[in-house]
Design a protein around this ligand. Structure first.
Ligand SMILES: [Zn+2]
Length: 313
Protein backbone atom coordinates (compact mmCIF):
# COMPACT_ATOMS: atom_id res chain seq x y z
CA UNK A 1 0.00 0.00 0.00
CA UNK A 2 1.55 3.37 -0.87
CA UNK A 3 1.59 6.32 1.48
CA UNK A 4 -1.20 8.24 -0.25
CA UNK A 5 -3.53 5.30 -0.16
CA UNK A 6 -2.85 4.57 3.48
CA UNK A 7 -3.54 8.24 4.29
CA UNK A 8 -6.73 7.99 2.29
CA UNK A 9 -7.81 4.99 4.31
CA UNK A 10 -6.94 6.73 7.56
CA UNK A 11 -9.08 9.70 6.53
CA UNK A 12 -11.87 7.40 5.37
CA UNK A 13 -11.71 5.58 8.69
CA UNK A 14 -11.94 8.87 10.61
CA UNK A 15 -14.86 10.05 8.50
CA UNK A 16 -16.70 6.80 9.15
CA UNK A 17 -15.91 7.00 12.85
CA UNK A 18 -17.21 10.57 13.08
CA UNK A 19 -20.31 9.64 11.13
CA UNK A 20 -20.88 6.71 13.45
CA UNK A 21 -20.63 9.01 16.47
CA UNK A 22 -23.03 11.46 14.85
CA UNK A 23 -25.53 8.67 14.36
CA UNK A 24 -25.11 7.59 17.96
CA UNK A 25 -25.83 11.17 19.01
CA UNK A 26 -28.98 11.16 16.95
CA UNK A 27 -30.26 8.30 19.09
CA UNK A 28 -29.67 10.16 22.33
CA UNK A 29 -32.54 12.05 23.85
CA UNK A 30 -31.09 15.56 23.39
CA UNK A 31 -31.09 15.19 19.65
CA UNK A 32 -34.63 13.82 19.39
CA UNK A 33 -36.75 15.52 16.79
CA UNK A 34 -40.33 16.42 17.55
CA UNK A 35 -42.67 14.51 15.28
CA UNK A 36 -44.85 16.95 13.39
CA UNK A 37 -48.48 16.08 13.81
CA UNK A 38 -51.93 17.56 14.17
CA UNK A 39 -53.52 14.71 16.12
CA UNK A 40 -53.30 16.38 19.51
CA UNK A 41 -52.13 19.63 21.08
CA UNK A 42 -48.58 19.05 22.29
CA UNK A 43 -48.52 22.05 24.62
CA UNK A 44 -51.79 21.02 26.25
CA UNK A 45 -50.44 17.47 26.63
CA UNK A 46 -47.56 18.79 28.73
CA UNK A 47 -49.65 21.30 30.60
CA UNK A 48 -52.02 18.61 31.87
CA UNK A 49 -49.05 16.70 33.30
CA UNK A 50 -47.85 19.90 34.95
CA UNK A 51 -51.26 20.43 36.56
CA UNK A 52 -51.87 16.82 37.67
CA UNK A 53 -48.38 16.53 39.16
CA UNK A 54 -48.45 19.90 40.92
CA UNK A 55 -48.39 19.99 44.73
CA UNK A 56 -52.06 20.99 44.76
CA UNK A 57 -53.00 17.45 43.77
CA UNK A 58 -50.98 16.08 46.68
CA UNK A 59 -49.84 12.94 44.91
CA UNK A 60 -53.37 11.79 43.98
CA UNK A 61 -53.59 8.97 46.50
CA UNK A 62 -56.82 6.97 46.17
CA UNK A 63 -59.62 8.34 48.35
CA UNK A 64 -57.90 11.66 49.16
CA UNK A 65 -58.86 15.21 48.18
CA UNK A 66 -56.00 15.20 45.69
CA UNK A 67 -57.39 12.16 43.89
CA UNK A 68 -60.87 13.76 43.82
CA UNK A 69 -59.35 16.90 42.35
CA UNK A 70 -57.64 14.82 39.68
CA UNK A 71 -60.90 13.01 38.93
CA UNK A 72 -62.70 16.34 38.50
CA UNK A 73 -59.91 17.67 36.29
CA UNK A 74 -60.10 14.62 33.99
CA UNK A 75 -63.91 14.80 33.78
CA UNK A 76 -63.77 18.52 32.91
CA UNK A 77 -61.28 17.79 30.14
CA UNK A 78 -63.52 15.06 28.72
CA UNK A 79 -66.60 17.28 28.91
CA UNK A 80 -64.79 20.11 27.14
CA UNK A 81 -64.08 17.67 24.29
CA UNK A 82 -67.69 16.45 24.26
CA UNK A 83 -66.70 12.88 25.02
CA UNK A 84 -69.67 10.86 26.27
CA UNK A 85 -69.68 9.31 29.74
CA UNK A 86 -69.82 5.50 29.86
CA UNK A 87 -71.35 5.63 33.35
CA UNK A 88 -73.37 8.32 35.15
CA UNK A 89 -71.08 11.32 35.82
CA UNK A 90 -68.26 9.40 34.11
CA UNK A 91 -67.49 7.56 37.33
CA UNK A 92 -67.36 3.96 38.47
CA UNK A 93 -67.05 3.98 42.26
CA UNK A 94 -65.69 0.98 44.15
CA UNK A 95 -64.40 0.20 47.61
CA UNK A 96 -61.77 -2.25 48.78
CA UNK A 97 -59.46 -3.20 51.59
CA UNK A 98 -55.72 -2.95 51.26
CA UNK A 99 -52.98 -3.16 53.89
CA UNK A 100 -55.55 -3.04 56.73
CA UNK A 101 -57.19 0.13 55.39
CA UNK A 102 -60.47 0.57 53.56
CA UNK A 103 -60.52 2.77 50.51
CA UNK A 104 -63.05 4.37 48.19
CA UNK A 105 -61.86 4.56 44.60
CA UNK A 106 -63.37 5.91 41.39
CA UNK A 107 -62.55 4.99 37.82
CA UNK A 108 -63.33 7.68 35.21
CA UNK A 109 -64.91 6.12 32.12
CA UNK A 110 -65.88 7.65 28.79
CA UNK A 111 -66.82 6.15 25.47
CA UNK A 112 -66.51 6.92 21.77
CA UNK A 113 -68.79 4.87 19.51
CA UNK A 114 -67.06 3.00 16.70
CA UNK A 115 -67.99 3.78 13.11
CA UNK A 116 -67.50 0.26 11.75
CA UNK A 117 -67.47 -2.19 14.69
CA UNK A 118 -69.53 -0.38 17.36
CA UNK A 119 -70.16 -3.61 19.30
CA UNK A 120 -66.45 -4.32 19.71
CA UNK A 121 -64.46 -2.33 22.23
CA UNK A 122 -60.87 -1.25 22.69
CA UNK A 123 -60.17 -0.06 26.24
CA UNK A 124 -57.42 2.54 26.40
CA UNK A 125 -56.32 2.85 30.02
CA UNK A 126 -54.01 4.82 32.26
CA UNK A 127 -54.08 5.02 36.04
CA UNK A 128 -54.42 8.50 37.49
CA UNK A 129 -53.72 7.70 41.14
CA UNK A 130 -50.28 7.82 42.71
CA UNK A 131 -48.58 7.45 46.08
CA UNK A 132 -49.80 10.59 47.85
CA UNK A 133 -47.83 11.99 50.79
CA UNK A 134 -45.35 9.93 52.79
CA UNK A 135 -43.15 11.30 55.59
CA UNK A 136 -44.35 14.82 54.73
CA UNK A 137 -43.10 14.49 51.17
CA UNK A 138 -45.43 14.74 48.20
CA UNK A 139 -44.99 12.04 45.60
CA UNK A 140 -46.20 13.96 42.56
CA UNK A 141 -46.05 11.09 40.09
CA UNK A 142 -45.47 13.15 36.95
CA UNK A 143 -44.26 10.22 34.88
CA UNK A 144 -46.16 7.70 37.03
CA UNK A 145 -48.74 8.32 35.79
CA UNK A 146 -49.80 11.87 35.00
CA UNK A 147 -48.06 11.17 31.68
CA UNK A 148 -50.42 8.33 30.73
CA UNK A 149 -53.47 10.16 32.09
CA UNK A 150 -52.79 13.22 29.95
CA UNK A 151 -52.24 10.94 26.94
CA UNK A 152 -55.80 9.64 27.42
CA UNK A 153 -57.06 13.19 26.85
CA UNK A 154 -54.80 13.44 23.77
CA UNK A 155 -56.59 10.34 22.45
CA UNK A 156 -59.93 12.08 23.10
CA UNK A 157 -58.70 15.07 21.07
CA UNK A 158 -57.52 12.77 18.29
CA UNK A 159 -60.92 11.02 18.11
CA UNK A 160 -62.70 14.34 17.54
CA UNK A 161 -61.12 14.52 14.09
CA UNK A 162 -60.57 10.78 13.53
CA UNK A 163 -63.48 8.71 14.87
CA UNK A 164 -62.39 5.14 15.64
CA UNK A 165 -63.73 2.11 13.77
CA UNK A 166 -64.05 0.09 16.99
CA UNK A 167 -65.78 1.59 19.98
CA UNK A 168 -63.26 2.96 22.45
CA UNK A 169 -63.50 3.27 26.22
CA UNK A 170 -61.09 5.80 27.67
CA UNK A 171 -60.46 4.54 31.18
CA UNK A 172 -58.69 6.68 33.77
CA UNK A 173 -58.13 4.05 36.42
CA UNK A 174 -57.92 4.58 40.16
CA UNK A 175 -56.01 2.58 42.82
CA UNK A 176 -53.40 1.01 40.57
CA UNK A 177 -50.73 1.77 43.13
CA UNK A 178 -52.70 -0.15 45.78
CA UNK A 179 -52.69 -3.37 43.79
CA UNK A 180 -54.42 -2.75 40.44
CA UNK A 181 -57.71 -2.42 42.34
CA UNK A 182 -59.47 -0.12 39.88
CA UNK A 183 -58.77 -2.25 36.82
CA UNK A 184 -59.65 -5.46 38.68
CA UNK A 185 -63.00 -3.88 39.59
CA UNK A 186 -63.47 -2.73 36.00
CA UNK A 187 -63.00 -6.20 34.46
CA UNK A 188 -65.11 -7.81 37.21
CA UNK A 189 -67.91 -5.22 36.67
CA UNK A 190 -67.34 -4.39 33.03
CA UNK A 191 -70.52 -2.31 32.29
CA UNK A 192 -70.43 -3.67 28.73
CA UNK A 193 -70.20 -7.46 28.14
CA UNK A 194 -66.63 -8.51 28.87
CA UNK A 195 -66.54 -10.59 25.67
CA UNK A 196 -67.02 -7.42 23.63
CA UNK A 197 -63.69 -6.04 24.92
CA UNK A 198 -61.23 -7.09 22.24
CA UNK A 199 -58.12 -5.22 23.29
CA UNK A 200 -56.57 -3.18 26.08
CA UNK A 201 -53.91 -0.55 25.45
CA UNK A 202 -52.42 0.52 28.77
CA UNK A 203 -50.12 3.51 29.26
CA UNK A 204 -48.14 3.82 32.48
CA UNK A 205 -44.96 5.96 32.58
CA UNK A 206 -44.41 7.24 29.07
CA UNK A 207 -42.90 10.67 29.77
CA UNK A 208 -39.13 10.24 29.87
CA UNK A 209 -36.32 8.00 28.74
CA UNK A 210 -32.65 8.97 28.58
CA UNK A 211 -32.16 6.23 26.01
CA UNK A 212 -35.24 7.35 24.01
CA UNK A 213 -36.74 3.89 24.38
CA UNK A 214 -40.42 3.07 24.69
CA UNK A 215 -41.16 -0.54 25.61
CA UNK A 216 -44.21 -2.37 24.34
CA UNK A 217 -45.22 -5.45 26.31
CA UNK A 218 -47.79 -8.01 25.22
CA UNK A 219 -46.71 -9.23 21.81
CA UNK A 220 -45.23 -12.40 23.22
CA UNK A 221 -48.59 -13.29 24.80
CA UNK A 222 -50.66 -12.04 21.86
CA UNK A 223 -48.50 -12.54 18.78
CA UNK A 224 -51.28 -11.36 16.44
CA UNK A 225 -50.64 -7.82 17.71
CA UNK A 226 -46.98 -7.73 16.72
CA UNK A 227 -47.45 -6.62 13.08
CA UNK A 228 -49.09 -3.41 14.34
CA UNK A 229 -45.88 -2.38 16.06
CA UNK A 230 -43.32 -3.11 13.37
CA UNK A 231 -41.84 -0.08 11.68
CA UNK A 232 -43.38 2.34 14.17
CA UNK A 233 -40.28 4.13 15.43
CA UNK A 234 -40.87 7.75 14.65
CA UNK A 235 -38.71 9.99 16.85
CA UNK A 236 -37.86 7.28 19.37
CA UNK A 237 -37.01 3.59 19.63
CA UNK A 238 -39.83 1.13 20.20
CA UNK A 239 -38.72 -2.12 21.78
CA UNK A 240 -40.76 -5.32 22.03
CA UNK A 241 -39.95 -8.71 23.49
CA UNK A 242 -37.82 -7.47 26.41
CA UNK A 243 -40.30 -7.38 29.29
CA UNK A 244 -42.81 -10.05 28.21
CA UNK A 245 -41.22 -12.76 30.31
CA UNK A 246 -38.90 -13.71 27.48
CA UNK A 247 -36.23 -11.04 27.03
CA UNK A 248 -33.41 -10.03 29.32
CA UNK A 249 -35.51 -7.42 31.17
CA UNK A 250 -37.76 -8.05 34.14
CA UNK A 251 -41.22 -9.41 33.38
CA UNK A 252 -43.80 -6.61 33.25
CA UNK A 253 -46.77 -8.82 32.33
CA UNK A 254 -48.36 -8.14 35.73
CA UNK A 255 -46.83 -4.75 36.47
CA UNK A 256 -49.79 -2.47 35.75
CA UNK A 257 -53.49 -2.43 34.87
CA UNK A 258 -53.09 -4.45 31.65
CA UNK A 259 -52.65 -7.48 33.96
CA UNK A 260 -56.33 -7.31 34.90
CA UNK A 261 -57.34 -7.54 31.24
CA UNK A 262 -54.79 -10.29 30.59
CA UNK A 263 -56.28 -12.29 33.50
CA UNK A 264 -59.57 -12.37 31.55
CA UNK A 265 -57.84 -13.45 28.35
CA UNK A 266 -58.20 -10.01 26.76
CA UNK A 267 -55.23 -9.18 24.51
CA UNK A 268 -53.22 -6.20 25.72
CA UNK A 269 -50.33 -3.96 24.84
CA UNK A 270 -48.61 -2.09 27.61
CA UNK A 271 -46.54 1.02 26.85
CA UNK A 272 -43.94 2.23 29.33
CA UNK A 273 -40.35 3.25 29.90
CA UNK A 274 -37.59 1.54 31.84
CA UNK A 275 -37.67 2.34 35.58
CA UNK A 276 -35.68 5.51 36.20
CA UNK A 277 -34.02 7.02 39.27
CA UNK A 278 -37.18 8.90 40.24
CA UNK A 279 -39.49 5.89 39.96
CA UNK A 280 -41.74 5.88 43.08
CA UNK A 281 -39.69 8.70 44.56
CA UNK A 282 -40.85 12.20 45.58
CA UNK A 283 -38.65 13.47 42.74
CA UNK A 284 -40.90 12.09 39.98
CA UNK A 285 -41.71 15.69 39.06
CA UNK A 286 -42.88 17.59 36.01
CA UNK A 287 -39.43 19.14 35.51
CA UNK A 288 -38.00 15.70 34.73
CA UNK A 289 -40.51 14.98 31.96
CA UNK A 290 -38.77 15.05 28.57
CA UNK A 291 -41.15 16.97 26.32
CA UNK A 292 -39.94 15.70 22.96
CA UNK A 293 -39.73 12.06 23.99
CA UNK A 294 -43.14 12.26 25.67
CA UNK A 295 -44.76 13.93 22.68
CA UNK A 296 -43.29 11.32 20.32
CA UNK A 297 -44.32 8.48 22.63
CA UNK A 298 -47.95 9.62 22.52
CA UNK A 299 -47.70 10.04 18.75
CA UNK A 300 -46.37 6.49 18.31
CA UNK A 301 -49.01 4.98 20.61
CA UNK A 302 -51.79 6.68 18.64
CA UNK A 303 -50.13 5.48 15.45
CA UNK A 304 -50.12 1.89 16.75
CA UNK A 305 -53.77 2.31 17.79
CA UNK A 306 -54.61 3.38 14.21
CA UNK A 307 -53.09 0.21 12.79
CA UNK A 308 -54.85 -2.00 15.33
CA UNK A 309 -58.18 -0.24 14.81
CA UNK A 310 -58.00 -1.12 11.11
CA UNK A 311 -57.46 -4.78 11.95
CA UNK A 312 -60.37 -7.16 12.63
CA UNK A 313 -60.13 -7.56 16.38
ZN1 LIG B 1 -47.81 3.54 37.49
Amino acid sequence: MNLWRSKFYVVLFLVLLLNCNAQKKKGSNDALQLVNQNWFNGKALLNRVKILSSNEYKGRRTGTEGAKKAKTFIINQLMALNVSPLTPNYTQPFSFESRNNSYEGENVLSVIKGTKFPEKYIVISAHYDHEGIKNDEIYNGADDNASGTSALIAFAEYFKKHPPKHSVILAAIDAEELGLKGSIFFVDHPIIPITSIKLNLNMDMIGRSDASELYVVGTNHYKQLHPAIREKNLGLQIITGQHDGTGSGSNWTNSSDHASFHSKGIPFLYFGVEDHKDYHKPTDDFEAIQPVFYHNAVYNIISIFRTLDKMML
